[in-house]
Design a binder for this molecule. Structure first.
Ligand code: MG
Length: 157
């Protein structure tokens, strides 16, 4: 049996905040405005996994009105979502993440991101893809106002 899920998230950028993406801290003068650590890529990945299970979204599961999740490391949220996936007898087939960000360049971080996500999900990094693009200075991403991430997963049992 197979199911697919897709997730999408956007976070606003602001100067002086930390930038976390796929579990790694990125060297950048600005970072993401968020209730959690703002790891927009992990949020999209969580939503893809939850979508495959038809379990709603991370805003529903981990409300941003709750103090429990204030500043939380998004890797903890991803680990909890993977636990739900496995509790229902599913295993990750593969995950594919696309990050749209104008700056900084995240190519040097890609391999580390794949390793980090794979380790949190307890899967092999060969089934975790992370890709990045700019938007050629177009739109809110291109103006450096935010970051947009799409994630697609296949789960199997
Ligand atoms: Mg988010």
């Amino acid at each position: 049996m197979y199911r697919i899920g897709q997730g999408y998230d956007v976070h606003q950028l602001r100067e002086g905040l930390p930038m976390w993406l796929c579990g790694l801290q990125i060297s950048s003068p600005n970072g993401f405005v968020a209730h959690s650590d703002g790891d927009v890529a992990i949020h999209a990945l969580c939503d893809a996994l939850l979508g495959a299970l038809a379990l709603g979204d991370i805003g529903h599961l981990f409300p941003d009105t709750s103090d429990e999740f204030a500043g939380i490391d998004s890797k903890i949220l991803l680990a909890r979502v993977m636990k739900l996936v496995r509790e229902q007898g599913w295993e990750l087939g593969n995950a594919d993440i696309t990050i749209a960000l104008q700056a900084p360049k995240i190519a040097p971080y890609i391999e580390g991101m794949r390793e980090c996500l794979a380790s949190v999900m307890d899967v092999d990094a060969s089934i975790v893809s992370v890709k990045a693009t700019t938007t050629e200075h177009l739109g809110f991403v291109g103006r450096g106002e935010g970051c947009e991430v799409w994630a697609v997963v296949l789960i199997t049992k």
